[in-house]
Design a protein around this ligand. Structure first.
Ligand code: NDP
Length: 499
């Protein structure tokens, strides 16, 4: 292991009159290998190439990991096929469920270890990986374990059968949670899996292989191949894969859809977003401010459903923005492993550059920027929580996904105008509505073109609730009963089972 430099000092944004003492979570619970192979057929195989994964908060190298090539992917797909046609698809569903329950319990038992690793490799605050990512990841396995032996009841008279080998490609913003969203329903439905974590955050997926070993999952049921976009492309292009599940950028999602057109392979895409968080004049403002902060600064804004466009009713714009700025000054930015930290490190140098470029465009196009005074750690990738006011619909910061801690504030006068502006985007993943009126919530929710609409809250997730988008945010649903469907064939799909 490389020698570990001191963590960056936790910064807080404004002089509050007192300093928080540092409260770092010990990283001793995580023991990293110098290098990792690819997890294929229940064992580690040597990758043809390797690269170094780092901590974005300190830029320290953490481990060497494999860059799987097309040949490696083919071996992994072969192992998944063998496992599918061997024991797994024929296993009694109640037995499949037992493995999923075991995985869920092991994730709970090892939650602290996973949370520390997730924050170390991804840069997110420990309180988020500890209180959100890990409990939700375990909950997904518990939830889908419950469905494994009830598929006949979930889809009555439709003879649900597994699809086969699923190729799954996930992003870097919720590495373990996205893994759980993908693997749990696939396995519950009787499929086997080849999964690629994102290039910058492979470590929790690699630690998950140890959970699979502890759970004694049959070899080849889950295979983990690390690498960059080329590895993802090799999974998409592999002829032995029956279904692709992708979460990531709209650009790559479109390329995958083009490539798969006409191949008969199934596809679900969970892509970007530019969600409107809409605050009406009768909303409880202090509560709304907390929801706005949670909507855009949670996980440094690296959230596909982030409330990145605040639509505020004109009559309350001034008090709301004032309250928001005051609240921003209390956010603590810094060491992801410090339990006080609210906003951690930006996931990569490339993402930081993208955020900086879009923020510069906001200033050039005439929006007014506000950033509270802030001391940032010297090493690593950081961005100060930012608010833009005076944003026009045409500005890039109102149209493009920034995927960083940057909020664009726009105003409206009537519910109809709020709706028009909220839907004026190429995306359609999520939205938030803040008002005291139940009738208005329903009126808005029926008309918002978004897969998820939160009312008087934001960024709430539950394994029982389907999640997914409209328009350029993708198609297909993950979570809930709906999340099983992409992994199943039904009688009505026809003789060859293609759906
Ligand atoms: P990508 O879409 O490139 O990454 C998502 C996953 O796809 C990663 O595992 C990536 O590998 C892989 N991948 C990349 N190229 C291909 C390909 N040609 N075929 C198959 N798989 C591929 O997102 P980025 O990480 O580049 O982020 C860019 C932007 O995308 C962000 O700024 C953000 O706006 C958006 N984004 C949205 C996410 C969401 O949840 N909706 C998640 C992540 C990003 P690798 O990591 O090696 O590139």
């Amino acid at each position: 292991m490389t020698e570990v430099p001191a963590h960056p000092r936790p910064g807080h944004l404004a002089p509050l009159g007192f300093e928080y003492a540092a409260a770092p979570e010990s990283r001793a619970i995580v023991s990293l290998e110098d290098g990792y192979g690819l997890y294929v057929g229940g064992r580690w195989i040597e990758p043809s190439e390797t690269y170094t994964t780092i901590s974005p908060a300190s830029e320290e190298p953490l481990a060497r990991v494999g860059q799987a090539g097309a040949q490696d992917v083919d071996t992994a797909v072969g192992a998944a096929r063998e496992a599918f046609e061997g024991a797994w698809s024929a296993l009694r569903p109640a037995e499949r469920a037992k493995y999923l329950f075991r995985i869920a319990r092991l994730l709970q038992e090892r939650a602290r270890e996973f949370a520390v690793l997730e924050s170390l490799n991804g840069g997110k605050p420990i309180k988020e990986s500890r209180d959100v990512d890990l409990p939700l990841a375990a909950a997904h396995f518990f939830y889908y374990a419950g469905w494994a032996d009830k598929l006949e009841y979930a889809f009555p008279n439709r003879s649900p059968r597994p699809v086969g080998v699923a190729g799954q490609i996930i992003p870097w913003n919720f590495p373990l949670l996205m893994l759980a969203w993908k693997i749990a329903p696939a396995l519950a439905a009787g499929n086997t899996v080849v999964l690629k974590p994102a290039e910058t955050t492979p470590l929790s997926a690699l630690l998950f292989c140890d959970v699979l070993r502890q759970a004694e999952l049959p070899p080849g049921v889950v295979n983990i191949v690390t690498g960059d976009g080329r590895t993802g492309a090799a999974i998409v292009g592999n002829e032995g894969v029956d279904k692709i599940a992708f979460t990531g950028s709209t650009e790559v999602g479109k390329a995958i859809q083009r490539e798969l057109a006409g191949t008969g392979k199934r596809l679900t895409l969970e892509l970007g977003g530019k969600a409107a968080n809409i605050v009406f004049d009768d909303a409880p403002l202090d509560q709304a401010v907390e929801g706005i902060v949670n909507g855009i600064y949670f996980n440094q804004g690296h959230v596909c459903c982030a409330g990145s466009r605040l639509l505020v009713q004109e009559s309350i714009q001034q008090p709301l923005v004032e309250k928001l700025k005051r609240r921003l000054a209390t956010l603590r930015v810094g060491d992801p492993l410090d339990k006080n930290t609210d906003v951690g490190a930006i996931n990569s140098a490339a993402q930081l550059q993208k955020i900086e470029e879009l923020v510069a465009s906001g200033e050039q196009e005439g929006a007014e920027i506000y950033q509270p005074p802030c001391r940032l750690p010297e090493r690593g990738y950081w961005f100060v929580p930012t608010v833009f006011t005076g944003v026009a619909q045409s500005h890039r910061i109102a149209q493009e996904e920034i995927f960083g801690p940057v909020l664009s504030v726009l105003t409206f006068r009537t519910p109809a105008e709020a709706l028009e502006k909220a839907n004026n985007t190429a995306y359609g993943l999520s939205a938030g509505v803040w008002t005291e009126k139940g009738s208005r919530i329903l009126w808005m929710a029926q008309r918002l073109r978004a897969g998820v609409v939160w009312a008087n809250t934001f960024n709430r997730f539950d394994p029982t609730s389907p999640f997914g988008g409209y328009k350029e945010s993708g198609f297909g649903r993950e979570g809930g009963l709906h999340g099983l469907e992409p992994y199943l064939r039904f009688d009505e799909d026809g003789a060859d089972g293609d759906g």
